[in-house]
Write a protein that binds this ligand. Sequence first.
Ligand SMILES: Nc1ncnc2c1ncn2[C@@H]1O[C@H](COP(=O)(O)OP(=O)(O)OP(=O)(O)O)[C@@H](O)[C@H]1O
Ligand SMILES: [Mg+2]
Ligand SMILES: [Zn+2]
Length: 452
Amino acid sequence: MKKSGSIAVFLCSNCGTDYPKWLGQCPNCKEWGTLSEYKVPKSKRGSKNRTPSESTSLKDVLKKGQTNRIPTCITEVDRVLGGGILPGSLILLGGNPGIGKSTLALQMLGKVEKPSLYISAEESEDQIAMRAKRLQISSSEMQLSGENHVDNILEQIISLKPEVVIIDSIQTVYSDSIDSLPGSVSQIRESGQQLLQICKERGVTIILIGHVTKEGIIAGPRMLEHMVDTVLYLEGDDRYDHRILRSVKNRFGATNEVGIFQMQAKGLIEVENPSELFLAERSVNVAGSAIFPSLEGTRPILVEVQALVSSANFGTPQRNVNGFDLRRLSMLLAVLEKRLKLPMGTRDTFVNLVGGLRIDDPAADLAVIGAIASSALDKPIPQDMILIGEVGLAGEVRSVSQLEKRLVESQTLGFKSAIVPKFGFKKANQTPQNMKYYQVDSVRKAFDIIFP
Ligand SMILES: Nc1ncnc2c1ncn2[C@@H]1O[C@H](COP(=O)(O)OP(=O)(O)OP(=O)(O)O)[C@@H](O)[C@H]1O
Ligand SMILES: [Mg+2]
Ligand SMILES: [Zn+2]
């Protein structure tokens, strides 16, 4: 029999599943040591005099809700969000410490001409004001608050009636009904749920800022990602001053869309032509470099793939990769070895996507394999040539999505020739006129052209 008082469940910090007893491994996501105790608040367990919520007809909802998106006036952000902030949505903005989350959040509120509320328990109001001054934001519609108690936050939202709220960060928010520390799984789950509720009830948009752990996930629970409508990550590299805003989940827009910024004293400045940025320091006439028009969401971005192949001194050769999938690299190396008779088994291979970019696009295969072969053979790839194509296990070159878009961007940036998949090229209907195309169906044919 259950005693009155609080009921405890055990919550997985990775996937958010709950269990009646503690387990060493989460049966759902198979992570070890992620379960911790969560006391279900009394009010949450439902009482007898609960009133059922009423249902509404779809027609009425449609009539009521011609919800217009609120533009942030930052083109890169609006595109990533799918055309601006959707009223009533819950957005999670994650990123490493110091990457610029607060800066971006403040800039987003800066140009929204609607009442807004910036809640920060991490910094004092003075510190936020100082940052706002540096970013030249002087919105008269913005309220600042240092509240971190979830009930008070809800009250402020109800009394101030903001349309957009930023909570910096979700890890600092806590609820009295749970006796664990702010930032713990239970606290994040509880406050996340309360904020989600007010979001949907009142049509207010809430942007939650979340810290990311060393492992690259939002600290505390993955479950926040399930709860929210949109998940944005602000990424960057210590070595570069540009930042990439990526949507990894979006209930109301396309994912994989990216926004590119440069971090300056005045804040995050939009980069209008990212290809130029990524190719700025490109090495020409050096073996081991290939250019590839990647497609990030709807936008093509030209990137440089660099490879270095050297003979391994002892034991197992090293395979090191930045910005590309390691297993995919192993596959490409096997294709080089088996189909093209280039011995790779005794050599170290390093592959790097310049600019800290991360690419998950099979169309990059030909450029990666090309850069590796170029380094292994010590023959540069012509500097005005781009390589596009997915590589299969038989060493065949397969068609890629949106070839036209990629070619147009390449031509704009001054590239004169392209190695393209034969099949995909035949189907493409509008490719830029003044470029030379080499249609190939195998890596061997591509190499015959690149390395005559
Ligand atoms: N005067 C300045 N000039 C240029 N860049 C600056 C200046 N001041 C701050 N920055 C940049 O802003 C970054 C910090 O931004 P911000 O505080 O928005 O990051 P954050 O992700 O919110 O960090 P935290 O995890 O600590 O909350 C710094 O790492 C630095 O790159
Ligand atoms: Mg911050
Ligand atoms: Zn789990």
